[in-house]
Design a protein around this ligand. Sequence first.
Ligand SMILES: [Zn+2]
Length: 300
Amino acid sequence: MTVTIHVGFDAKDFSQKSGKLFIADPAVQEGLVPVVAKGTKPVTYLNSYNVADQVHCAFCDSHQRHNRGFTVGLEDGSIALCGNKCAEGFFGADTARALRADLERRQDREKQRETIARTFAGIPEVRAQITQVLVDREARSLDLTLVLALILDERAQTRIRAGDVPGVNGRLLTLWTASPRVPRLQAMLRHMENAMGLGLSDTILKRAIDTRARLIRLIEELSDYFAEMDHFMQAENLWHLAEFHRSLPADGASISFKAKGEAAELHIFQPGEGIARYRITKPLAFDGAGLIAMLSRPSC
Ligand SMILES: [Zn+2]
């Protein structure tokens, strides 16, 4: 059965009146009537509340006190509080459900708008953190893992997976196939920043929510990636890796670990390719959680 919500009468007034869709102080609202005559038709739910100090229901005979309920806009233009459980009894289950669904739709949209407003507010700050240093570091480490993937055969990779090489986590193997994420993240941030000036139609809002979710996933993946690389790119681990490679049947390639004072490098020689050098740099300590927090901060 379909229910038509009566929106003709005074609907405009209610839409102007309606401020917040979640309220903390239901008893203090302009136009509130304490008692509603039987048969008065509801037009809309203006907001909902969940309060510690109970308020009186205007609808039921006993004017039940309650914590959770709705502010109802009525056909005569007045507004009244209705307990969460009373609505169905008073308006009929279908009407109550339809009014509630309509309010929840508006509330969801409001929450999403708030989420996107927070995201937009944080984007310039996040963009400033995603520097060329990160682009270079990611490119360099992807290059290293790719070279390792080329010179370590199936059997060697199986042994790494089994934990035979100290400091070289089997997860490193999955990172070998990663495509650069930092440039992708930069492009998404740029894209979102460009969208900031646009109005938030429902379509754009939905797309922005999706984009935000992808943005956060990408930051989490990067955070994982850099943590793994920070963990791996340490003198001791690279030394173990070089030793491990020396223990494998010779195939012309070689890995050597060179340390001179503070500086340490991994040299990888491949026949026909020459030597690639990878310097050990300070860990990045990429703060993914911090970046995500920047996109979620409440505006003051
Ligand atoms: Zn009631």
